[in-house]
Design a protein. Sequence first.
Length: 315
Amino acid sequence: MKENDINRINGDLNSGKGICLTVLGARGSVPVHGERFHEYGGATTCFLIEAGEQAVFVDAGTGIIAADAEMVAGKEISILLTHPHIDHLAGLPFFAPLSEKERRISVYGTQRGGSSLREQVDALYRPPYWPLGLSAYPSDIEYHTIRYQTISNSDRSEASAETPMLRLGHMEIDGFEVPHPGGCTAYRIRSAGRSIVIATDAELPFPGGRSDAAGQPPDEGADTFDADGFLAFIRGADLMLCDSQYTDAEYAVKKGYGHSTPSVAFAWKEAAGVKELLLVHHDPTHDDEFLDAWERQIGRPDVHFARRGDRRRLI
Ligand SMILES: [Zn+2]
Ligand SMILES: [Zn+2]
């Protein structure tokens, strides 16, 4: 890409015409480190989405530690939490802007387990589990509990909600509940006609009622999961990040743990006409060699395992 093109793209992003995703952490369950995990990264879930003045982090796993002050200088910071499992919150106390005096950080998420969003975060970060609450940090954290409606009308050709759940600058954001122990939110983020879906931590059944790899539909949340609504929610997205933690063989013995396989993720991509699929929430036992070989075996130009530092600019 020529420098002029890069300048033009940066200009488009700053004027809110495009959207950019950066993978800061795609590991699932627990961070890992060492040479074997260099390419795909060992940090847990965190994806940065930028459009205009907005810097929106989806989850605050240890990947968020890579977001230094320079990366978010002059930007409005928001964090969308998918759910409060520790691997998605573990990096939050080390997020550099938390230590900037009066820096406003808006955190969004749903009620979970009868606890408000703030109660979920405070439950983890308080003595004796953590030396101080996040409200003691110099920044100004605001918690916003979000609610989203299931798109129950499966006749809709596209999840083009006229009234998005949330607007942040040029971004329009909607949520959808996916099957996972304790529940989890998938997000769809749009800007200037481009859209990114993030569906991490989801034990999805195959679309269209096919049984899963183990021959049984998943248990957790499956009874309330609106498959037609989910199809409408992800339909036509430019990019989808989807939980693909297990091989089919692993899933057969880890059914109910709340995670999917690349086979399931790919089936949803194809069913919904999603253009590109990034597989995320890598199992801690899957090292670079394993993921490289698996990606080659899948052998598709529009399907990859997310790598540390991956960027996608959609203009
Ligand atoms: Zn997770
Ligand atoms: Zn989880």
